[in-house]
Write a protein that binds this ligand. Structure first.
Ligand code: GAL
Length: 416
């Protein structure tokens, strides 16, 4: 134990939950928030817990999209030493619930009136068999295109609003000797581009039928073929060094003007913000071509595991309450690039991209354009999501035809 931890562990905690005084305890939190913007975000939670006299044990596992983190988590749970909480999202929460290893945090939820503070689309995901087992930290939007306006200017291109304009801008950037599309060749990043393209080409109803309901006819039909054809074209604007590149390094290419555009969720904005860049001036957040009226949501949440000791249980409830506090939801999301999960949060400190995200989430929840992100584990179970992701990665890294890809996709959708 480091000296600082020993001191903290001996200070009586002052945090209150349901009127109970919490003694010094520790929370161990598994996450994969290791990029510049992400690390700043999670540091706020650590600070908040330490201010309550609770020791923060950081269980950070690098690797965008969280695949490495999930492997580490499985090993820990199997060996009987689950962390206090882990960043687990969407249908995976149900999968863990079925294993009987999650903690019931209704005490914090009732105390904090979570049902009244959260949109239903969020609170439903946080519950297993009607009981809260996870606390939401944010809502990320995935269907963004991040653009460096300086690069557009140099290339004589304009900000694209549809696919024709997008490829026109990409051509001009390429001609100007710059990289049109910053991308990292990792399966989850390929999947991120794929879902924005599918949404842009086919619209939200197609997206829901094909990617959420996994309807075989939609998975193999002409719109999905067109989606893969569009991806084939996109591949020609990605530089040859993209293989294995981390997403934040691709974002850095847009930040420093080496590349013009990146398809990525708004954790990318956390990188722009951490680099001191201003939305609307130094960078543009455009909806991915054709997706203006849609919103792919990706809700990060800390899912709670059963812990034995009574002090640790209290500390876990304090963690859950802290995550849902308006103060945390604001400061975390200002750094993370996302928007608060809580309904009606103050907009005062958020930039134009976040305000657009808030407005668009409201509008699309009424219009039917609000859809779960497949690439970020919100739409389908992990076995199917993994198999589909593999097909997309193979497509991105080979000369596979669109016809072959849709057939492989339909097969992957049956994975168990
Ligand atoms: C997402 C996650 C974000 C961010 C990103 C890059 O799946 O929801 O919080 O961490 O991956 O790792």
């Amino acid at each position: 134990m480091k000296l600082k931890q020993i001191v903290q562990a001996t200070i009586a905690a002052t945090a209150l939950i349901a009127g109970v005084q919490v003694q010094a305890a520790e929370v161990e939190v598994l996450h994969y928030w290791t990029s510049g913007g992400e690390a700043k975000s999670v540091a706020e939670l650590k600070k908040m817990m330490e201010a309550k006299g609770i020791v923060w044990k950081d269980f950070a596992v690098a690797g965008g999209g969280g695949e490495n983190a999930m492997t580490a988590l499985k090993a820990r749970v199997i060996s009987g030493s689950a962390p206090t909480a882990a960043q687990i999202k969407g249908p995976s929460i149900q999968e863990w619930g079925k294993e009987g290893v999650l903690a019931n945090i209704d005490a914090a939820a009732t105390e904090g009136k979570w049902d009244a503070s959260l949109p239903k689309v969020v609170s439903n995901i946080m519950k297993y068999q009607g009981h809260y087992v996870a606390a939401p930290v944010n809502v990320h939007r995935v269907n963004w295109l991040w653009v460096n306006p300086e690069v557009l200017k140099k290339a004589g291109a304009k900000a694209p609003t549809n696919w024709d304009e997008f490829f026109d801008a990409a051509d001009k950037i390429k001609k100007a000797g710059l990289i049109a599309i910053a991308h990292g060749g990792q399966p989850w990043q390929d999947a991120t581009v794929f879902e924005s393209v599918a949404l842009g080409v086919g619209g939200p109803d197609f997206y829901k039928k094909a990617i959420v309901q996994l309807d075989p006819a939609s998975l193999t039909g002409p719109t999905m073929i067109k989606t893969f054809d569009t991806l084939t074209k996109i591949k020609t604007y990605i530089d040859k060094d993209a293989a294995g590149r981390d997403w934040n390094l691709a974002t850095a290419m847009v930040i420093n003007g080496k590349a013009g555009m990146q398809f990525m969720g708004d954790w990318a904005k956390g990188e722009f913000t951490a680099a001191g860049k201003v939305a609307g001036k130094d960078f543009l957040c455009l909806t991915a071509p054709g997706t203006e009226k849609a919103f792919t949501f990706n809700i990060d949440s800390l899912t709670m595991f059963k812990v034995k000791d009574a002090d640790q249980q209290k500390a876990q409830l304090v963690l859950a309450s802290a995550v849902m506090s308006p103060e945390f939801q604001e400061v975390f999301n200002l750094n993370k690039g996302s928007i608060p999960a809580r309904a009606g949060a103050s907009r005062a400190k958020f930039d134009s991209c976040a305000i657009k995200s808030m407005d668009d989430m409201d509008a699309t929840s009424k219009s039917g354009g609000l859809v779960p992100s497949f690439a970020h584990g919100m739409a389908i179970d992990s076995a199917k999501a993994g198999a589909i992701q593999d097909v997309i990665a193979k497509f991105m890294n080979s000369t596979m035809t669109s016809q072959a890809a849709v057939q492989a996709l339909a097969k992957a959708a049956k994975a168990k």
